[in-house]
Ligand binder design. Sequence first.
Ligand code: 5GP
Length: 499
Amino acid sequence: MINKGGNYYRALEEITSTLNKIKNEREGLQAVLKIITRALNGDAGIIMLLDSTREHLLRVATYGLTEWYLRKGMVSAQNACLSEVLSGKTVVVGNATENPHVKHPELARQAGIASILSAPLIYQEEVLGAVRVYTRSEREFHKKDCAFLETAAKISAMALGNAILRDTIKKETSMESSLEPDLTGRLSSLTSQIRKPSQFAHPSEEEFAKLLDFYRLEWIYEPRSFTLEKDGNRIVEMFTPDFYLPQLDLYVEITTMKQSLATEKNKKIRHLKELHPEINVKLLNKKDYASLLAKYGYGPLSEAKVRGIGKVLITVNRIQKRVMEMAREISIDYADRRPMLVGVLKGVVCFASDLMRNISIPVTMDFMAISYYTNDKSGPIRITKDLERSIKDRDIIIIEDIVDTGMTLHYLMNYLSSRQPASISVCTLLDKRVRRLVEVPLQYVGFEIPDYFVVGYGLDFRGEYRNLPFIATLQHEDKETRQLPPTVPPPPDAALLQV
Ligand code: 5GP
């Protein structure tokens, strides 16, 4: 018999006996969440655990949440309300649609959430995640409600911690060493196992969601339908974008249909923009999508066999001249500031060293490296080589080889901003503006290039071509079908090879 509400003693008794009985952690948490939600007279609940980077929370148990809420991807731990919970506090949100801590009140409204009570899951003084209970109508939570949730969360965290300990002992006694560095790291295997993907209409959408997860961009699948045409009270035409990215306030529609069939969709998006000019929506058509995946070694274009260099897009002379101009601009802009140049390995090596040699003011230089998207098992993007010195109160100039979708730079800027530098600006050699998905401010741009995959001057294709002194496109074996057509014509001297 499940507790119907208010009787917290009984609920705590049920929680302990449930956790004592059930071996599988996920099933245990699922059952406990149901008891907690019902005891608090809530309508829905969720248990989330921090991933190994402690920057995101992954759902491990849900109860009574609407279909809409289940379409969400991973949740950022920086989210104002959650970050307070993750600092160890119990947080009450009386009215989610009006509370300044709730980042997207319109989304809360849409999900039918009025009040939220959240408590941290703490095990041996380490916060592992959070448990939340939602109500559909506005509701006051009192001290005893908070105390109940805190205790229930402590018991659940203890059970989780013990399960991990048990697992570690098992591994140690069977002579297998635990490779995970810490408690949260060990939890990540649990969260990755039990995270259920939303129901996607098309595999391309699922792949795109994984990519967003990798770049730690929050998403909601099919978040909202827009009315495009009405006949009296009858809705004649609607449009539901595939994704909403709350951090960027951006809707994304992916179409993998043939270009001829995609025309109708284009028309709908144009119509949507006319009716709602305030809405930021981007369309990824079949070609955009294929070249996006190809960059990470996926999709039809990734199988293209490369014969060698196609055409030289930017000659040695043009590169050298432009790098000197950029160095001069930086030397003037930062005349009395001693900036720190931060290069992102490895593509940036040629550009960074040429740029630095031409800067005439005192500067320091450091490098970072980040992980690449390979498949969904690689986990979210992370720093594989961090800076050696503190950047607090320093003027930082990020040096990039190329900015394409902007997702890498967006992550990097968030990461560096959290370390309180005095300022951050970006200097990139190449800007593939036509493919931008995430807007990122670029202060110094060497060249804007069309939608080609380029190599040379540090940039590689499967590890090769970095040593070319110029920037070139690749030549594919089946040129007709494999080569990505440029969306902007190449510069007039592109065919000239000046070495
Ligand atoms: P973004 O996150 O802006 O989509 O991608 C940035 C990273 O993708 C760059 O740092 C670079 O490693 C890679 N990239 C994007 N476009 C190209 C390209 O045309 N050639 C090469 N070699 N790498 C690219």
